[in-house]
Design a protein around this ligand. Structure first.
Ligand SMILES: Cc1cc2nc3c(=O)[nH]c(=O)nc-3n(C[C@H](O)[C@H](O)[C@H](O)COP(=O)(O)OP(=O)(O)OC[C@H]3O[C@@H](n4cnc5c(N)ncnc54)[C@H](O)[C@@H]3O)c2cc1C
Length: 390
């Protein structure tokens, strides 16, 4: 077989393996998630059984290389999984997405020793966590963080407060953005990313939220938490902001995929409802005003999916994909907001009732415009790339 043919066969093999994984995730969603969403959501209860099944499926290692025990999925396959999960319940995607951003930072920038120590346990879900960047006084302007890590002997002593940190209550480890040198300018040169395991001085509490319920988004107090210096991600201090921004590329693709999922669920439920709900003697799907809404929702959904796929392909090619990831995140999440609002209108009064899923999509969608860099910030990132390319 010539080299070209071997690559073709390999690609087909990995595509069919990926399809099998997507199929098993779909089965899990039908059997183990869909029937229980209302129960967990209404009580804002952490879906432990669902998280355990996700570990069995290998989802906590979805994008970790097989060399370290993960599934080694491409961003393209990963984003399809995230879309399908989010079309059923967006909160479930958060359980493994934030964890995988932490994993990506370790795999891309960690020392070999750190990778061997942590990645296999991250992949099985034995150790789970997320990323802790945001603080009470700053989210977008990360260079203003106040959390400090002071080197004392072979340890860092960490002090500070992080807020809105997903997986911080049920998880046991976080990649925490800190200042290792609070005085240097520009500030990013004094910022580092450190793995912090739960221990004395690490206290977290779950916060109440409009949507994205069930999953633990919390406030984390770090008081004199002692961490070995080997937990610094990378060989040297001062690279933390760069490392986490690179990790957020995958984060943005996954938020875009969540947007596609929520937008799709809003459309599918609306199509179904419009065919059975009758006004003035005919199904509302036969009224032009409803048809126009469905057409707009479907077109935006398709465009969102294509942009997300394009961003995932760019990421898989190994190049920086800020422009594509930013565009996909911006458009797909605005589409989730648009489609969930239109779905609410199409459902009339029933859209406002917890009996239907629409009010959940409507409460979940706004987070997508905030997390992993607000949509206002995405526009700045997109424009910066355009100007620097020109
Ligand atoms: C449910 C939930 C889960 C989250 N999970 C995590 C997590 O796991 N880890 C984590 O670290 N964080 C997490 N976050 C925090 C999230 O990333 C931040 O809320 C987000 O980055 C925005 O920061 P902020 O809330 O401080 O808003 P601010 O930065 O205060 O922004 C306020 C407003 O000003 C705008 N703005 C700010 N600067 C500019 C500018 N230069 N130009 C134009 N507009 C600007 C913003 O777009 C926004 O509209 C989560 C948040 C929520 C709600």
């Amino acid at each position: 077989m010539n080299e070209h043919k071997i690559i073709e066969v390999e690609n087909e093999k990995s595509e069919s393996e990926d399809n099998l994984i997507i199929e098993s995730v779909n089965k899990f969603l039908e059997k183990d998630v869909k029937p229980y969403v209302k129960e967990f959501e209404s009580q804002d209860k952490y879906p432990q059984e669902i998280a355990d099944k996700m570990a069995e499926l290998g989802l906590f290692g979805a994008t970790i290389s097989p060399e370290y025990g993960g599934l080694g999925l491409s961003a393209v396959t990963y984003s399809k999984i995230v879309e399908n999960v989010s079309a059923v319940w967006m909160s479930v995607s958060g359980i493994f997405n934030s964890h995988l951003i932490m994993c990506a930072a370790v795999e891309r920038f960690g020392t070999e020793e750190m990778k061997r120590l942590y990645l296999p346990k991250f992949a099985t879900g034995e150790i789970r966590g997320g990323i802790a960047l945001t603080e009470p006084d700053c989210g977008t302007d990360l260079q203003s963080i106040k959390t400090k890590a002071k080197k004392v002997g072979n340890d860092y002593i960490i002090n500070g407060t992080k807020t809105w940190i997903t997986n911080s209550v049920q998880g046991t480890i976080l990649a925490v953005l800190v200042k290792t040198d609070p005085y240097i300018t520009p500030a990013h040169k004094g910022m580092s990313l450190i793995l912090v395991e739960k221990k004395d001085g690490f206290v977290s509490r779950k916060l109440k939220k409009l949507g994205y319920r069930g999953i633990d988004t919390g406030e984390v107090q770090l008081e004199n938490v002692k961490v070995p210096i080997s937990n610094l991600i990378g060989e040297t201090e001062g690279k933390g902001l760069k490392q986490i921004l690179a990790g957020l590329e995958l984060g943005r693709i996954n938020v875009a995929a969540r947007g596609v999922g929520v937008a799709r669920a809003s459309l599918e439920d609306s199509i179904e409802y419009s065919k059975v709900r009758k006004t003035f003697g005919k199904p509302i799907s036969e009224h032009q005003s409803i048809q126009i809404k469905l057409a707009e929702m479907a077109t935006k959904l398709e465009a969102s999916r294509l942009l997300t796929e394009q961003a995932a392909k760019a990421y898989d090619s190994g190049n920086r994909s800020d422009l594509q990831a930013g565009m996909a995140k911006l458009f797909a999440t605005e589409t989730a907001l648009f489609n969930s609002t239109e779905a609410m209108r199409i459902h009339g009064g029933f859209g406002y009732s917890p009996e239907y899923n629409i009010e959940r999509y409507y409460r979940d969608a706004p987070l997508l415009a905030i997390g992993e860099g607000t949509n206002e910030l995405q526009k700045l990132i997109i424009a910066k790339q355009l100007v620097s390319e020109g």
